[in-house]
Write a protein that binds this ligand. Structure first.
Ligand SMILES: Nc1ncnc2c1ncn2[C@@H]1O[C@H](COP(=O)(O)OP(=O)(O)OP(=O)(O)O)[C@@H](O)[C@H]1O
Length: 345
């Protein structure tokens, strides 16, 4: 079933719309992306840009009735968006592991964490009871629980947020999945543990050749673990490139602003030239033209495309809308001095 050269996940024209009063609004609006075996694709963007809506759609976890999911998400020949729930359940948890932001809602409050890890093994493996217990203890050790036996017998509410997050990671990797969807997997953890967890995910990746869709706000982690980066704004991907290109030659104004918002140790006390504003609420988002236009009003309207497409401007480097060619931060105009960034293309 699994061929290493094929993408492990191929999402095409994914649209996720939520019903607000009587209308549907797309939080993910025509996103296409692929994740290859042994690859970490990072998905970044401000709060509200649609990252979690995308992850939940791929995992088939949206509430039916209030959410409409269109497009396709191929996982080794099967479209996850149309699979019957019994087939999806058989894949999810075994071949697809998921780690979400909020472990309390993902874990069962009435079951010890050891049993919860065993339950995922129950469903997806034929291990004996003793072997499952052994595997659960081993996983609790691998995710950094100081006393796996003690942790095994705890209920989720008896653990700290960081420990619950580690339990969720243990469940996600229990069956050595081929695809891991990790939505802010380390946000609740302190910095040292974050690094340990990322090491653990990378170790798992080396063992199993898994592809990882890694959703995060943390550009430090992106630089450390990602192979490619997709930048999302208002439901669309606005830039996609390998991690080195994205950090060295960001093109889209939004990407440049996100990268500018990381304080640098090398140039302390410099003002951070970030673009003001935020992702508008769904019902206020413009569905035509460049969605970033309202936040860069100083760029002439004529510099934007009427119907911006994501275009490959150099091999493997994709950008949406021509406005990036004309973009400068206001301070670059004001002083007459440009760092050249806007002239790169
Ligand atoms: N169940 C829902 N019903 C209505 N609107 C929703 C629902 N879930 C998310 N939204 C809206 O969809 C948009 C995208 O939300 P989403 O949670 O995917 O963003 P995000 O990029 O993951 O943000 P964060 O980084 O804060 O998790 C937001 O405007 C959000 O308010």
């Amino acid at each position: 079933m699994f061929t290493p050269t094929q993408p492990v996940l191929e999402v095409k024209e994914l649209r996720v719309s939520f019903r607000i009063q009587d209308k549907y609004y797309a939080a993910v609006d025509g996103v296409s992306l692929t994740v290859h075996p042994n690859e970490v694709l990072a998905l970044v963007g401000e709060s509200g840009c649609g990252k979690s809506a995308l992850a939940l759609a791929i995992a088939g976890l949206h509430e039916a009735g209030r959410t409409r999911v269109e497009g396709s998400a191929m996982f080794h020949g099967a479209d996850l968006l149309t699979l019957p729930s019994n087939e999806l359940n058989a894949i999810r948890g075994k071949h697809i592991g998921m780690i979400f932001q909020d472990p309390l809602t993902a874990l069962n409050p009435l079951m010890t964490v050891g049993r919860q890890i065993e339950e995922s093994l129950d469903y997806h493996t034929k291990l004996s009871s003793a072997a499952k217990r052994q595997r659960a203890l081993e996983l609790l050790g691998r995710v950094g629980m100081a006393d796996p036996k003690q942790a095994y017998a705890r209920y989720p509410h008896e653990l700290s947020g960081g420990m619950r997050q580690r339990v969720m990671i243990a469940i996600a990797i229990a069956c050595e999945p081929h695809l891991l969807i990790a939505d802010e997997p380390t946000t609740a953890l302190d910095v040292t543990i974050q690094a340990q967890m990322m090491d653990l995910l990378q170790e798992l990746q080396q063992q199993t050749n898994a592809g990882i869709l890694f959703i995060t706000h943390n550009f430090g982690l992106v630089a450390e673990v990602a192979d490619r980066v997709a930048v999302m704004y208002a439901g669309e991907i606005v830039e996609l490139a390998d991690v080195h290109t994205l950090f060295d030659r960001p093109l889209h104004p939004y990407t440049r602003s996100l990268l500018q918002s990381i304080p640098s140790l090398h140039t302390p006390k410099q003002p951070l030239h970030v673009i003001q504003g935020m992702v508008p609420p769904l019902h206020q988002q413009s569905r035509t033209g460049c969605r970033f236009q309202p936040r860069i009003r100083w760029i002439a309207d004529s510099e934007h495309e009427a119907d911006p497409a994501l275009r490959e401007v150099e091999p493997g480097h994709w950008v949406r809308c021509t406005c990036y060619r004309h973009f400068r931060f206001p301070h670059e105009f004001a002083g007459g001095a440009s760092d050249g960034a806007a002239d790169r293309v």
